[in-house]
Design a protein around this ligand. Sequence first.
Ligand SMILES: *Cc1c(COP(=O)(O)O)cnc(C)c1O
Length: 382
Amino acid sequence: MNSQFVPGMDYRGLVAEYGSPLLVLDQAAVRHQYRSLQAALPGVTLHYALKPLPHMGVVETLKAEGACFDLATNGEVDLMRDAQIDPNDCIHTHPIKRDSDIRHALEFGCNVFVFDNPVELHKFVAYRHQARLLLRVSFPNPETKVDLSKKFGCTPDRVLPLLREAQALGIDVIGLSFHVGSQVPNARRHVEAIEACNGLLRQAEAEGMPLQVLDIGGGFPVDYSGATFDIGTFCAPIRAALANTPEGIRLLAEPGRFISAPAMTSISSVMGKAERFGRTWYYLDDGLYGSYSGQLFDHIDYPKSAPYAKGERQASVLAGPTCDSIDVIADEIMLPELDVGDLVIGGMMGAYTWASATEFNFFRRANILVIDSDASALKAVA
Ligand SMILES: *Cc1c(COP(=O)(O)O)cnc(C)c1O
């Protein structure tokens, strides 16, 4: 689903009832995204990475679809427990953990973890009868906007030495994982990483350390311009590379953004307006420190519109509510004249938005209203 805005949604009615700013989470979009990625990656178990939108409305929908989950923190463990997710459907993918984090996940019942270095490996000596590990390998990706390979993962040449060290410690390493970076422009890095891992899996087998799992991470992109984007076509080279993975290897992926980005729409209201430097400035009740935080942290320019305003468009400025001068979400956007109370809609705002919003200046994070446009049912404000 790449419609930027849910068709026929009565934004004014929603704000009248639930207040502004508001984020509308459409479970139908979550369902659609999950099903289309699953169809694009047959035979791959999808673990939704909670980080971009750790919200019960998403988790419930995916649980009903039979999805698995990728968690990384104690708070995410607690969300899984609250949603009564089977811990065997969860993997813990933070490469760096405190001992107390490991215990928290084990107490919940999640026993697959990720490591990428000897210090982390040694933390599992105490839990070697319960925990099974994935070794995260890094494949640097200068092409992506968010290159996760700088911060985590061992270089491919470290894989066999780390597997040997684990074996000597009696720790069960069951497979390899990687994350090529978020919102990748094409599948090239996934393919290169899969090919490299295919080789490493064969080498490990040849050395008598057979592995069972290859986890290809996240990174699957969405089209923020609202153009149609076919995930099946995007994944075709990935499917071809996975066809060469050694027989018997279980395949996992950790999609985050792809599942949640199209599922949430932001509604904010004009609090005030002023003429400055020949432009009309509109001050909204949500901004860079709130739902639009992804413009800063995630480098995304969300599609914005003022669907109820009429008249000639002019270059305008959209600013957030805080007293900080960087809190501007669009410094040159063509909009009809808006009045105080008019609504501005942001599309594709489900990933890395609410999740990274702050309450700077004590402006509360937007409430999330859960709807299901398949069932035309309003759920609850979280
Ligand atoms: C953030 C993250 C993901 C999700 O990445 P997307 O690009 O949103 O799909 C998956 N796995 C790990 C380990 C992550 O840190």
